[in-house]
Write a protein that binds this ligand. Structure first.
Ligand SMILES: [Zn+2]
Length: 265
């Protein structure tokens, strides 16, 4: 078993370097890259690119809300670096939502707040600069989301798993996502994670879960934009960071491919 400290050394994100790379790679991939706020002196970036076709779906992709989970931001940088994000999609990408957490190698931001439990505050009364700026930017610029993907890691899990929000029973993307991960990472065998029932790596609640600790990003986005499907994808932090990064990148491509929008790999 890797220790938390040992594993951070294996996958620590250098925030200044990551921010520089996000800007460079966004330009190369013809994304608009706009700072939508600042948190503890570091910019928060949104990447947006319109599809090269009309009637294209809109995909929301987010990573780095937990500062001790480097694989998500690295997966986005990897996909941008390889120019792999399909052109036939309207993209909204938030590649590094918690820069001050990454600077410290901790889940919470510099003020000890878990951003992924802070989406319920009303406008004008936001508890965190990051989430306040994120919500304000989305509400100003984003009108529609068809699919949302959230890249995470789990320090306790031994395999990969995902949370699916899909209350209208739209065609599920859970299987294609998990299949794309499997060459790198085995699917979680546990039947319970954080109090949720897991079935072959899938947690699929039948109703919107209660969130007594505060509203997560995924449920805020799901409710705010009335989208049909969203997936929070979790990889085990005990594996090498390159493995987690590649698995999350493959999951993004599998999900978008399974929407029927990009050519077969
Ligand atoms: Zn997380």
């Amino acid at each position: 078993m890797y220790t938390r400290e040992g594993n951070e050394r294996k996958g620590r994100v250098n925030v200044d370097h990551a921010i520089e790379r996000i800007q460079t790679l966004a330009r190369i991939n013809r994304f608009d890259c706009e700072p939508f706020g600042y948190a503890d002196g570091q910019p928060l970036f949104a990447l947006h690119r319109k599809a090269n076709t009309t009637a294209a779906p809109t995909v929301y992709l987010s990573a780095g809300i937990h500062g001790d989970e480097p694989a998500g931001p690295l997966a986005i940088l990897h996909l941008l670096g390889k120019k792999k994000l399909p052109e036939a999609i309207n993209w909204w990408i938030f590649p590094l939502l918690n820069p001050s957490g990454f600077a410290r190698g901790q889940r919470e931001n510099a003020h000890g707040q878990d951003l992924n439990r802070a989406y319920h505050f009303p406008p004008g009364h936001e508890a965190t600069a990051e989430v306040g700026a994120h919500k304000a930017y989305l509400n100003k610029h984003c009108t529609q989301i068809d699919l949302a993907l959230y890249l995470h890691e789990d320090w306790e899990a031994e395999g990969a798993y995902l949370y699916e929000l899909n209350f209208a029973d739209s065609p599920s993307l859970a299987q294609p996502i998990l299949r794309s991960i499997q060459p790198q990472i085995a699917i979680e065998q546990a039947e319970e994670v954080d109090g949720h029932t897991v079935h072959r790596g899938i947690i699929k609640p039948e109703t919107v879960p209660e969130n007594p600790e505060g509203l997560p990003e995924s449920i805020y986005i799901y409710q705010r934009f009335g989208l049909s499907r969203s997936y929070t994808i979790e990889t085990p932090s005990s594996l090498p960071v390159a493995t987690r990064m590649e698995a999350l990148g493959a999951a993004v491509l599998a999900a978008t491919r399974s929407m029927g929008t990009s050519p077969p790999a």
